[in-house]
Design a binder for this molecule. Structure first.
Ligand code: CIZ
Length: 302
């Protein structure tokens, strides 16, 4: 089937099923263009919770679909590619977190949204890159465990002045962005401000004019008067940055800052998901009950 036919069939099935299609900022351009809403995991979870639709086609990675299912268990959450995981989320297990908690009894646990439902279920607070600083600032405790992203954790510790016990995980895509790449772009485009994601390494963050979540990067790009901006995050962002700011150019450190998991979802897989309403992501009631308090806190501290 040609792409145009697939798009037409997706549209027909979307009307027929009343499904809501959500896409993460790192999805393929053609998948973003299908979606009713494109955003970060918090925005997507909020859309999922607010929709009257009974079916959500979630174009993102597994933990994001799980978070949506935690917030709205009565809706059908379909992840068009079940293998779309997150290597950062995979750096931590519930057993690993329990072992760290046992070493620090009484510590409050803040877990980045990039984690499985079973890890969220072991956590007191969940956070996103956009509200991690506010979440940690709101906690008054002698010890705080921050998991699983060590780069985001270090950035939050620097900004809040709190000593955090960090899990040693990272996003391999953001970790790949080097200070040399940013310096080279700055040298070639001296007027371009640098905005990077807090999952980047410390030496990269130190070169930036702004550090922001994916939503924050869109806001920064819209506000900036610069004609060119250097952007340190996943390359999928280019599509909507350019679409929303056609007069500006966005320079990424390299062509290999691509998350292969995010790119697993394709138009034919979205079509298949609408035809079959499978594969679904379902968090068990027991797990959901344990994870919900942490996720609710994340949603509340926007
Ligand atoms: O929360 C998200 O969607 C992720 C993974 C990053 C961000 O900054 O939006």
């Amino acid at each position: 089937m040609a792409d145009e036919e697939i798009r037409a069939e997706i549209e027909r099935l979307r009307q027929e099923t009343g499904a809501l299609i959500l896409a993460h900022n790192y999805q393929r351009p053609e998948v973003q263009d299908l979606a009713e809403y494109v955003g970060d995991s918090l925005g997507l979870a909020r859309q999922a919770a607010a929709t009257g639709a009974e079916v959500i086609i979630f174009c993102g990675v597994h933990f994001m679909a799980e978070t949506a299912n935690i917030l709205c268990p009565d809706k059908i959450t379909v992840l068009p590619e079940p293998e779309a995981g997150c290597p950062l989320a995979d750096t931590i297990t519930a057993a690993g977190l329990r072992a760290l908690k046992a070493e620090h009894p009484g510590a409050v646990v803040v877990t980045y949204v990039n984690s499985s439902a079973e890890v969220k279920a072991e956590s007191d607070y969940c956070c996103t890159s956009g509200n991690a600083v506010s979440v940690v600032n709101s906690i008054d405790a002698p010890e705080i465990i921050f998991a699983p992203d060590r780069n985001l954790g270090r950035y939050v510790a620097d900004l809040t002045g709190k000593r955090l016990i960090l899990w040693d995980g990272c996003c391999p895509i953001h970790e790949r962005i080097s200070a040399e790449q940013i310096r080279a772009l700055k040298k070639a485009h001296p007027a371009a401000p640098v905005v990077v994601h807090p999952e980047c390494r410390k030496e990269v963050v130190e070169l930036a004019d702004a550090v922001a979540s994916t939503s924050g990067i869109f806001e920064y790009a819209a506000r900036s008067e610069a004609e060119e901006l250097i952007v340190g995050t996943e390359l999928g962002m280019y599509h909507r940055l350019k679409k929303l700011n056609p007069g500006k150019e966005f320079l990424f450190p390299s062509a290999n800052t691509l998350c292969p998991n995010m790119k697993l979802i394709t138009l034919p897989k979205v079509l298949r998901a609408l035809q079959t309403l499978e594969p679904r992501v379902v968090v068990s009631a027991d797990m959901r009950e344990k994870a919900l308090a942490a996720v609710d806190r994340m949603v509340a501290i926007g």
